[in-house]
Design a protein around this ligand. Structure first.
Ligand SMILES: Nc1ncnc2c1ncn2[C@@H]1O[C@H](COP(=O)(O)OP(=O)(O)OP(=O)(O)O)[C@@H](O)[C@H]1O
Ligand SMILES: [Mg+2]
Length: 236
């Protein structure tokens, strides 16, 4: 469903992505592993259109989306849960959630929106309890759930998730990983950047390791030798 071929991305004069080739299949979950600053977030942002590729091809469901504005990519079915969660200060949990509908191809009716919100609250009961609370007053784990829930209201078929468990307690990490597993069950494809290799390898079937703006290894999450390589991606 997603294929990157020879993608290069620059920030000004800095050449960050240096020819990235990557695929994510229909309903497949794939991880990106690698040390700080190797370009994992840049790969995610380039796919989502937050950063423009300078060359190469990005194909999603048969269409070339490279260079499209980020809103158009979101509406095409790619959801991004960014590293910093982007909870809007001064807005309640529910107001933050309502922003998720902006990514829908057609703006849903009031009744459809209420139904979708009920569904979110059933999946994330803590958000229901805190719906009238300021979004930024939530705990880190709850903010992460809000960020997920908001993106899901746009009904993405591919979810890009950047370090969702960073800085969270082990119990919350399991909750987040369980939510991702549930989404995979619903046939949503996932591209996950994650430092918790152990947890990520339970979710994904395949992974890539990233070094200096290139994918240097592709591994099978079920293969013991490949799994070693996943852990080594973080060795200094
Ligand atoms: N807006 C920017 N302008 C200039 N350089 C940037 C910008 N954002 C990132 N970089 C640089 O691009 C490189 C890749 O950054 P990126 O955030 O993609 O790495 P990462 O693998 O996600 O790292 P981390 O594990 O710390 O999240 C780094 O050298 C970083 O300093
Ligand atoms: Mg990053």
């Amino acid at each position: 469903m997603l294929r990157l071929t020879g993608v290069h991305t620059h920030y000004g004069l800095s050449h960050i992505l240096q020819g990235v080739d990557l695929t994510v299949g229909d309903g497949e979950a794939v991880a990106l592993f690698g040390r700080n600053g190797v370009g994992k977030t840049t790969i995610i942002k380039t796919i989502a259109g937050w950063v423009k590729p300078t060359s190469g091809e990005i194909e999603f469901e048969g269409r070339q989306i490279g260079g499209w504005p980020s809103e158009r990519i979101a509406r095409a079915g790619i959801g991004l849960v960014p590293e910093d969660r982007r909870i809007f200060p001064g807005l309640t949990v529910e107001e933050n959630l309502n922003l998720g509908f902006l990514q829908c191809v057609r703006r849903p009716s009031g009744a459809a929106r209420r139904e979708a919100l009920q569904e979110v609250y059933a999946n994330f009961p803590r958000l229901a309890e805190r719906r009238r609370q300021n979004g930024t007053s939530l705990s880190g784990g709850e903010q992460q759930m809000l960020s997920f829930a908001r993106v899901l209201l746009g009904k993405p078929r591919l979810l890009l998730v950047d370090e969702p468990t960073e800085g969270l307690a082990p119990m919350i990490v399991s909750e987040i990983m369980a939510s991702l597993a549930a989404l995979k069950q619903q046939n949503i494809s996932i591209l996950l950047v994650e430092q918790n290799v152990e947890a990520a390898l339970k979710l994904v079937s395949r992974f890539y390791t990233v070094e200096r703006g290139r994918l240097v290894f592709e591994g099978d999450a079920a293969d013991p030798a490949d799994r070693e390589r996943a852990f080594e991606a973080f060795a200094v």
